[in-house]
Design a protein around this ligand. Structure first.
Ligand code: SF4
Length: 219
């Protein structure tokens, strides 16, 4: 039976990673550093250009093909463990449905309007959804922006594009962060899968490492 989930808090959470093995903790910290770097660059770009996601828009979250690696989901699994919500989330995952939309999106039925319940600890792809940059074969930066944003703010978009073209502003470079995350995830033995399934896998690891840590501290 599915457990009732608590209302999410908007307070930033200081993650307790002490229950992880030293090696795993290093990887979780490395992935969290990637997230912080992206957020910093995204925020900087947003402030300088005005380009931003539309309020209440969950168009990307609605997609059935949002995927992540287990490692990318470890910060979130750790956060839910810390908040005592891990079991409640696990019960939401349908192991047979490999293309289920993200369960962390809270929206009205059949609507893409809503919000992410786990924003602070969302995986890589969610941080690059709205806008990011890519480098073409001539090493020239090109801005990539979601269709909804383009349609809603064409003038802001044009200005931001012109600044990127002129080399004045840099949105997070998607290839750089995808490659860093891919390398780290590969070292962790992880593959990419449906976001809910990746969470379930990460939750298993968190539970196991939590039990090992608890038994090592009581023996
Ligand atoms: S984790 Fe959050 S941002 Fe990412 S797809 Fe799910 S609801 Fe959307």
């Amino acid at each position: 039976m599915k457990k009732k989930l608590p209302i999410p808090s908007s307070e930033p959470l200081k993650l307790d990673l002490t229950f992880f093995s030293v090696e795993k903790r290093k990887k979780v910290k490395a992935i969290m550093k990637i997230y912080r770097d992206i957020d910093k660059k995204t925020e900087n770009f947003r402030q300088k250009t005005g380009l931003k996601c539309l309020s209440g828009c969950g168009e990307c979250c609605h997609d059935k093909f949002v995927s992540a690696t287990t490692l990318e989901m470890l910060p979130l699994a750790s956060a839910t463990k810390q908040k005592g919500e891990l079991d409640a989330w696990i019960t939401q995952v349908d192991p047979k449905d490999k293309h289920s939309p993200c369960m962390f999106f809270k929206g009205e039925k059949n609507s893409s309007q809503g919000y992410c319940q786990v924003y602070e600890h969302r995986p890589l792809v969610c941080r690059l959804f709205g806008f990011s940059a890519r480098e073409d074969k001539y090493k020239k930066y090109e801005l990539m922006v979601c269709r909804k944003i383009k349609e809603a703010m064409p003038e802001v978009m044009e200005k931001a594009e012109a600044q990127v073209d002129a080399g004045k502003r840099h949105a997070p470079l998607s290839q750089e962060y995808v490659m860093k995350t891919f390398t780290l995830s590969l070292q962790d033995g992880g593959d990419s899968r449906n976001i809910n399934h990746a969470f379930a896998k990460a939750a298993e690891i968190v539970q196991l490492q939590g039990r090992l840590f608890a038994s090592s501290t009581t023996s």
